[in-house]
Every structure is written in structure tokens, then in C-alpha cells.
Write a protein of this length. Structure first.
Length: 157
């Protein structure tokens, strides 16, 4: 009798593990892409993309994509932010000074952790709010100083 219970318990455990695997894989697939439209701020869709800085920037709809393609200069900071948010670009230096980053001097800017070289740069960024903060860190000048596309394996060798 105990043997039957042990076999049943093992069988139910195995079924539970098999059922859990697809659910966790499904969750990972959902979490893989997350970005905000640089035009509207709504959730972006991977199907609504345009080329930007030799990468992809994503939009919530065709209307926002068209607005960006017509005049991207209005949306540069938020598009640059999205390049980092989607891991197409990574931080390599302080975006304010261009100096080496100190991981202890970090501020979350629109959901992205950004490191700075010193307390002064960190403090200046922490004081800014909303779009001003995004423009300060992800505007084109700051973006050129602090971020770059990760090197591909072939480029590293």
C-alpha cells in the first residue's frame, strides 16, 4: 500500500514538473521584449520598428512610427533611451563627463540604471525629473559620451 502511494506521489510530482516547464518558458518569452514608444510613451510592439543608428527603435503603432520617421529630432533622447532599454546599446562611460563609471554612483532613469563617474554627476541627474532627466542622460551629446553598441564576437577578436 505504501509503495502505491509513493508511486502515485512520484507520478504527480513528475506531471507537475512537466506542466511547470512550459509555463516558465512562456513567461520568459513574454518578458523578453519590453519597451516604451519614444513618441507616445505607450508599450511598444516589436512589429512596429524603424531603423535608427543602425539598430531598431520600436513604436506602439504605425502613426507614431510615421511621426518619428518624419522628424526624429523631437524624439532623440527617448529613442536613445529605448536603445539602452532594449539592450542594443550598453553604458561604457559617464554620460555627463565621459569619464569612467563608478557602479556605486547609480541613478535609475526611466527604468534604466545609469552609472556616473562621481557624486556630482549622479546628484545633478537625480535632481532632474521626467523628460528633463531623460534628455540629460540620453540626449545625443550625452549618449555619444556614455553609450555604445556592444561589440559582436567577430569584432572582439
Amino acid at each position: 500500500m505504501m509503495r502505491h502511494f509513493a508511486v502515485l506521489a512520484l507520478a504527480f510530482s513528475a506531471i507537475g514538473l512537466v506542466a511547470a516547464v512550459p509555463a516558465s518558458e512562456e513567461k520568459k518569452a513574454e518578458e523578453k521584449f519590453s519597451a516604451k514608444c519614444p513618441v507616445s510613451g505607450a508599450d511598444a510592439k516589436k512589429e512596429q520598428a524603424a531603423k535608427y543608428k543602425d539598430h531598431e527603435v520600436y513604436f506602439c503603432c504605425e502613426k507614431c512610427k510615421a511621426a518619428f520617421e518624419k522628424d526624429s529630432t523631437k524624439f532623440v533622447a527617448k529613442a536613445n533611451h529605448q536603445l539602452v532599454e532594449t539592450k542594443q546599446f550598453v553604458q561604457v562611460k559617464c554620460p555627463l563627463s565621459g569619464g569612467p563609471i563608478n557602479k556605486e554612483q547609480t541613478v535609475k532613469v526611466a527604468g534604466v540604471d545609469v552609472a556616473f563617474c562621481c557624486d556630482k554627476c549622479k546628484g545633478k541627474t537625480a535632481e532632474a525629473k521626467g523628460d528633463d532627466q531623460i534628455a540629460m542622460v540620453f540626449g545625443d551629446d550625452a549618449f555619444k559620451k556614455g553609450f555604445e553598441a556592444p561589440k559582436k564576437d567577430a569584432e572582439k577578436k
